[in-house]
Design a protein around this ligand. Structure first.
Ligand code: PGA
Length: 250
């Protein structure tokens, strides 16, 4: 079984002074029983990776290009992230899908690049409120999984993050029954596509308004192996109780 994962997505937040939060987090969790990952803005990855080197924290990127190098102004390749010290990369976050028109095919190509560079791809899927209200959630998630995931996904190179778009940054959280339904569905799809051993072990994260006061309830849900946390990952004081809640399930 892969280790459970508490992943923080800083999005477009943080300059160098924010790295103090990493030191505070590392100090609060010297020997964690779950993996702790912070995905800061690209400008901070190298410094963050140097800072946490040899300690309990992992550093990841928030996106990568599908090509190794070339004429792609402003983009960063998976190789570059790995070279900067990243171990993971978030792909297909709904903000990338919306702000940058990323399709599941794009995400698939990026995931292949991430795997080729030795990075763990954290592939995000999730429905909009309109899709949920039209009872299309599982169809949408199934389609996103089928198209976004390349062949060859394993528990060592892939993490799935279920992030209902309507729960991101809104303070709205699905009921545990709703999370349970989607995570069970994703687990079944992983086993069907990647086989029992890998499919059962690929970590499934929930993301969307995870906070210290709701984390334990979410982590008690079947097939929830961790969280992808936005706002509450920016401060060690907020992220730390979420990490402890996840450790409580190990
Ligand atoms: P949030 O963001 O925790 O601020 O809702 C989650 C995410 O977008 O990964």
């Amino acid at each position: 079984m892969a280790r459970k994962l508490a992943a923080g997505n800083w999005k477009m937040n943080g300059t160098r002074c924010a790295l103090d939060e990493l030191s505070a987090l590392a100090k609060a969790h010297p020997d964690p029983s779950v993996d702790i990952l912070i995905c800061p803005p690209a400008t901070l990855i190298r410094t963050a990776a140097s800072l946490v080197d040899g300690g309990p924290l992992l550093i990841g990127g928030q996106d990568c290009h599908s090509q190794v190098s070339g004429a792609h102004t402003g983009d960063i390749s998976a190789d570059m992230l790995a070279d900067a010290g990243a171990t993971h990369v978030i792909l297909g976050h709904s903000e990338r899908r919306e702000d940058h028109g990323e399709s599941s095919d794009d995400v698939n190509a990026k995931a292949r690049a991430a795997h080729a560079s030795g990075l763990v791809a954290i592939v995000c899927v999730g429905e909009s409120l309109a899709q949920r209200e039209a009872s299309n959630t599982l169809d949408i998630i199934g389609g996103q999984l089928a198209s976004s995931l390349p062949d060859g996904c394993t528990a060592a190179n892939t993490v799935i993050a279920y992030e209902p778009i309507w729960a991101i940054g809104t303070g709205k959280v699905p009921s545990t029954a709703q999370i349970d339904e989607v995570h069970d569905f994703i687990r079944a799809r992983m086993i069907r596509r990647f086989g029992q051993a890998e499919g059962a072990a690929i970590p499934l994260l929930y993301g969307g308004s995870v906070k210290p006061d709701n984390a334990a309830e979410i982590f008690a849900t079947d097939n929830v192996d961790g969280a992808l946390v936005g706002g509450a990952s920016l401060k060690a004081a907020d992220f730390s109780p979420i990490i402890k809640a996840l450790e409580g399930t190990v």
